[in-house]
Structure formats: C-alpha cells, structure tokens
Design a protein around this ligand. Structure first.
Ligand code: NAD
Length: 270
C-alpha cells in the first residue's frame, strides 16, 4: 500500500519539470492528483502519463494568479474527488536580468507566478483543509490525519543569485510564509514545508539562446554543475521525492522548514 492511498492532491505547475515529476510520484504513491498548469498540452501529457501508470488524476488549467480561478479549481477538485488533503505550490517562472536593468513588469510577473499563486491556492484550500480539520477536532479531539502543504522555493533564495532580484524575492518569500503558515495551521494538523532545489535539469535551467525569456547561459550551467558535490545535475524526480516525503505521514512531525535539495552544492546552504 502506498503512503498516499486515499489522499487527494493538487500540484501547481505540473505540466513540466519538477511539478510533473511530483504529480507522477504522488499518484504512484496512491494519491488522486489534480495536475494544474496554464499550458494545456503539457498538462494533458502529465495526466496521460499518470493514467498510463495506473494512477488517478484530473487537469486544471487555472491561472491562480487570479484568486477566483484558484477558488474554482478547488471547487472542481472537491466535486471530482470528494475532498482535498495535499497542496503542492510549485508553479514558478524566471525572468532574469541584472538588477539595474530590471523593470516593474519582470518583477511583478515573477512575484505573481512564484508567490501569489501559492497565496491564492493555499487561501482557496482553507475551507477544505482548515475548516474540515477544525470540524474533526470539534467532533473527535483531533484531526483524522495530518493534511499537508508544500512549496517549491529555491537555493537561490538562501545564497542570493546575480540577475534574480525578482526571483529571490519571491522564493525568499516562500521560505518565510512557510514558517508563518506552519504556526497558524499547526493547531489544525496541517504541516507546511518547502523544498529548495539546487540545479535541476528542466527548461528553467536549459541553455539560453539569444532573446530567450527562460534558461541560463551555457557557461553558467557548466559552473553550476561543477559546484555540485554529488557530481551531477539534479533531476525533477530528485525533488519530487522530497515533496513526496513532505506530504506523506513520514513527515508528520516536520513543519515550518525548507529542505535544501542541491546535491551538496558547494557554497550553497546544503
Ligand atoms: N529547475 C531548477 O533548477 C529549479 C531550481 C530551484 C527552484 N525551481 C523551482 O521549481 C519549480 C518548478 O520549476 P521547473 O524547473 O520544473 O520549471 P518548468 O518551467 O519546467 O515547469 C514550470 C511549470 O509551471 C507552469 N506555470 C507557469 N505559470 C503558471 C501558473 N500561473 N499557474 C500554473 N502553472 C504555471 C509552466 O507552464 C511550467 O509547465 C518552480 O517554482 C521553480 O522556480 C527550479
């Protein structure tokens, strides 16, 4: 029996990369998973992969930068799967530029996708997580089981990173709000934690061509990989495994922390 049998989860940014690997891992451990991404084709590919593996899943194309969209996603999730136990706030984007060249549009977009989606999805989940736990506590003295919220931060927020004023502001925000939410939601048996990945091979870390919005220069890629003690870049599955631990009963006494998963990045915090 999987660690997540009978659990229902939402994973944001699950059409690609770390989110896809996490959605697949949670489904493989028994959860029904709502795959949320703003890009329809990759989201449906993730859904198909989970189904091929014998898992249960649905898709939401909600852009939860909008709170109303987050609420609709939560209502649809609970109407399809009956409840909600796990939220993985993973959606993220980069718009790197040295600080003196950064403008409001790049700042706002990166804060919106990395931080505001986490705010809105978590807020929209409260009636199904906090209120349900509260009713269980009233009836039985304790919640039936611990519910879980995780987020994807970044080691860049622990070390700083040139060109990422916007991104480190958002990811540092994630580390801080995880501590606040852990304190607010702990009394309801809701654990709140984050993973801070180091260098993971996804489109965010792919070699950047001239004019690309995402990605990083090849020279920086090679430098980043050379700094990893374990001698290889991370894979999305490496981070999915940490999210899976943090949403499973194995971490019932872990809350308010950010776990660096960097392969022992030299100069990094982990
Ligand atoms: N790749 C790395 O090395 C690395 C390191 C540290 C942290 N992270 C973080 O990991 C998370 C996943 O990144 P990834 O590397 O897998 O990137 P990715 O680009 O492969 O996947 C991110 C997904 O998020 C989706 N997305 C964008 N805006 C969205 C929105 N508003 N709502 C829902 N989905 C949205 C994208 O369409 C994409 O499919 C991000 O939060 C990122 O900042 C990545």
């Amino acid at each position: 029996m999987g660690r997540l049998e009978d659990r229902v989860a939402i994973v944001t940014g699950a059409g690609r990369g770390i989110g896809r690997a996490t959605a697949r891992r949670l489904a493989a451990e028994g959860a029904a998973v709502v795959v949320n991404d703003v890009d329809a084709d990759p989201a449906h590919e993730t859904l198909e992969l989970i189904k091929q593996d014998g898992g249960r899943a649905g898709v939401s194309l909600a852009n939860t930068v909008d709170l109303a969209a987050a609420k609709e996603m939560l209502e649809a999730t609970v109407s399809e799967f009956g409840k909600l136990d796990i939220v993985v706030n993973n959606a993220g984007i980069t718009r790197d530029r040295m600080f003196h060249n950064m403008d409001d549009e790049m700042f706002d977009l990166v804060i919106d996708v990395n931080l505001k989606t986490a705010f809105h999805v978590t807020m929209a989940a409260m009636p199904y997580m906090r209120e349900v736990a509260k009713a269980e506590i009233k009836a039985n003295g304790h919640p039936r089981y611990n519910r879980k919220i995780t987020m994807t931060s970044s080691v860049a927020a622990l070390t700083g990173n040139p060109g990422q004023f916007n991104y480190t502001a958002a990811k540092g925000g994630i580390i801080a709000v995880v501590k606040t939410l852990a304190r607010e939601l702990g009394p309801f048996g809701i654990n709140v934690n984050a993973v801070a990945p180091g260098f993971i091979e996804t489109r965010l870390t792919a070699a950047k061509g001239a004019g690309d919005d995402l990605g990083i220069p090849e020279q920086m890629r090679q430098m980043a990989i050379a700094m990893i003690s374990l001698g290889r870049a991370g894979r999305p599955e490496d981070i999915a495994a940490v999210h899976a631990f943090l949403v499973s009963p194995d971490s019932d006494f872990v809350s308010g922390v950010t776990i660096p998963a960097t392969g022992g990045q030299i100069g990094g915090m982990g």
